[in-house]
Design a protein around this ligand. Structure first.
Ligand code: OXD
Ligand code: MN
Length: 626
């Protein structure tokens, strides 16, 4: 079987291998492999009893072979290479379609160190449970040993890990999302710290038992041991549950490493922005999941003269550099973006990025062998195979693609990728932005008065509940620093850590300015007041003009707001009254919100830093005086 037809001449799609080729998979540890990794692999193999072990090198031939095997087992189908060269569609088990926050655990010795926002199980108890579940869990399958680097190979900001998995889909995804394979293994010398990440889909096969297309287990655990910096994941092959380099390592475990080492592991996108005068800035921005981070990371500003390039769309590691300034890398090497809703009008750059060499998960299949999802084009095709593998027509009344359907694609393939996206020194951060999804109260943009006020803004990021199923409608769902499901330790200690990093940066004058934005404020008629998307560039322009010291601002109880006329609205579809509503401050509503924030802080008890409580009191005083 040959996987690909000839790719179109315009596409630099690599060719896949052929079935007749000898296997390119490596079954024994490379001679230079770190003995501690070899010993761990031996231990885990004895526990999980796979039929075979493969040491992943990251070579092209290896990837071809894994893809070919997955086509044979029905895990993926190859898309028509004429339209989507070297691209594949995976349909997951309908019970395995998203991160399972309720099954995600932070296993510190003391519960208070995981804090009230994390699920906690005592480490010894969790180890016993996992030992039981992992016993024989890979029977009938291959265990892949996946060495990887988070961050550019050899960068002082990078960190290393090794994932064991019995899912070839996860191996191929890790190959896109990280620097994976022999080169990473070479960097893990006997003195290098590395994070062991054990993963199984939890679906052992009896001899002769036929496999299913998407093996997984109804029982799921995504467990983290911050003290020993280990990850164990059982039962899911989907996204962040299984691609352990991403949320589990680069956020949960990395946030703990960062706390201990004096840096920050954040749920942030990274941008390079050039203003009309040619000055370059770098910006890090935290938004809760499903707030359009990938769209903002690939922003095409409508405001003339401003140019935005992409460095990362989900995770940033920020560390004070030797020069006293805050430097950041994107530890990932690819995008695991939400497909559903992504189209030419919302994110044309993403649509261009996924021209080929892309793994799609849970999108719909067109009759011509290409993909489709709601929002990709204005009108749907007449017939599709939906994400569950069934016939679909526009009359079906169900979504053709799952709302959490994804594309997995290399960052290097993004047309707006910045030339410094993989600079091993990182980029200097000029501004940090916090955003929530707020229908009320929170203005389009405000600048924090100082770092401490910025930490308070981050700590109070929230969004109104929009579905009754999530709780009381309109009630605030808090997502501090957009890290609620991703902080590997007590969130209040994390705020204290942010304050400490700020104090260090202040000594050297390298403190970035902090801003908050809200693209989602609604008028009394329920309409969004701000057009968003490319027009968000207008807000970004004001932010960076503030950093440059050329944009006027007015003081408000919420921080610095744009002075009248300071945001360029020329050509934007925003009426004067909508603009006013975008910045309207109702002191009574803010005082009620302050009470809600206090209740939230109280759930952390005495761990809340005094400076964060003081910010809340100062806000109250300013609102009472307003
Ligand atoms: C993501 C998330 O998938 O934040 O990036 O949930
Ligand atoms: Mn995310």
């Amino acid at each position: 079987m040959t996987l690909t037809a000839d790719p179109p001449a315009s596409a630099s799609a690599p060719e896949t291998g052929s079935h007749e080729l000898p296997s390119l998979l490596h079954h024994s540890a490379p001679a230079n492999a770190n003995p501690r990794i070899v010993a761990w692999v031996d231990r885990m193999a004895a526990l999980t009893t796979p039929d075979d072990i493969v040491w992943v090198t990251g070579s092209r031939g290896e990837q071809d072979e894994l893809l070919r095997r997955m086509v044979e087992t029905g895990t993926i189908v190859q898309l028509n290479p004429e339209y989507r060269p070297y691209s594949f569609l995976a349909r997951s088990n309908p019970d395995d379609v998203a991160r399972v926050e309720a099954r995600t655990f932070i296993c510190t010795e003391k519960q208070v160190d995981a804090g009230p926002t994390n699920n906690w199980v005592e480490p010894a108890e969790m180890r016993e449970t996992l030992d039981g579940l992992f016993t024989g869990a890979m029977r009938g399958r291959t265990m892949y040993v996946v060495p990887f680097s988070m961050g550019p190979l050899g960068s002082p900001l990078s960190r290393y890990g090794v994932q064991l998995t019995d899912s070839p889909y996860v191996v191929v995804s890790m190959g896109i999302m990280t620097r994976m394979g022999s080169a990473a293994l070479d960097h893990i010398t006997p003195s290098t710290e590395w994070v062991p990440a054990a993963h199984t889909v939890g679906a052992p096969l009896e001899p002769g038992e036929a496999d299913v297309a998407w093996p997984c287990n109804p029982t799921k655990y995504v467990s983290h041991f911050p003290d020993t910096r280990e990850i164990w994941s059982y039962g899911s092959a989907y996204g962040g549950n299984a691609i352990l380099a991403k949320k589990s390592f680069a956020l949960r475990i990395a946030s703990v490493i960062a706390r201990d080492e004096g840096w920050l592991a954040e749920h942030m996108l990274l941008l390079k922005v050039t203003n009309p005068r040619g000055r370059v800035f770098h910006v890090a921005a935290a938004f809760p999941s499903a707030c359009g981070k990938t769209n903002f990371a690939m922003l095409r500003p409508t405001i003339p003269g401003w140019h935005v390039e992409t460095i990362g769309d989900d995770i940033a590691w920020l560390a004070p550099g030797a020069d006293g300034r805050l430097r950041a890398i994107n530890p990932e090497a690819g995008f695991f973006g939400v497909a559903h809703g992504t189209g030419a009008s919302t994110n044309a750059t993403a649509v261009e990025t996924i021209w080929g060499n892309t793994i799609f998960t849970n999108v719909a299949l067109r009759d011509d062998g290409d993909i489709w999802w709601e929002g990709l084009t204005q009108s749907p095709p007449d017939h599709l195979i939906d994400w569950t593998g069934h016939d679909w027509t526009p009359a079906s009344g169900t979504p053709a693609a799952h709302p959490n359907s994804r594309f997995t694609v290399s960052a290097a393939q993004c047309p707006s990728i910045s030339d410094d996206w993989d600079d091993p020194r990182g980029v200097v951060i000029d501004a940090i932005i916090f955003g929530g999804r707020r229908a009320t109260n929170v203005p389009l943009v405000a600048e924090a008065r100082d770092w401490e006020h910025g930490v308070f803004l981050g700590a109070t990021i929230s969004s109104e509940r929009t579905a009754a199923a999530e709780g009381t409608l309109g009630e605030l769902r808090r997502d501090p620093f957009a890290m609620l499901p991703f902080c590997g330790y007590n969130m209040a200690d994390y705020w204290a850590h942010w304050l400490e990093v700020g104090a260090e940066l202040r000594k050297t004058g390298g403190v970035p300015r902090i801003f908050m934005v809200n693209w989602f404020r609604k008028g009394e008629d329920g309409r969004y007041l701000w057009p968003g998307f490319g027009d968000n560039g207008r807000v970004l322009a004001w932010i960076l003009d503030r950093v440059e010291g050329v944009a006027p601002a007015v003081s408000s109880p919420l921080g610095w707001l744009p002075a009248p006329g300071a945001v360029d609205l020329d050509g934007a579809d925003v009426s004067e009254s909508d603009w006013e509503q975008l910045f309207a401050i109702d002191p009574a509503a803010h005082l009620a919100e302050a009470d809600d924030a206090e209740k939230f802080f109280d759930t952390f008890g005495t761990r809340v830093p005094g400076a964060v409580r003081a910010q809340l009191e100062e806000l109250r005083q300013r609102m009472k005086a307003a």
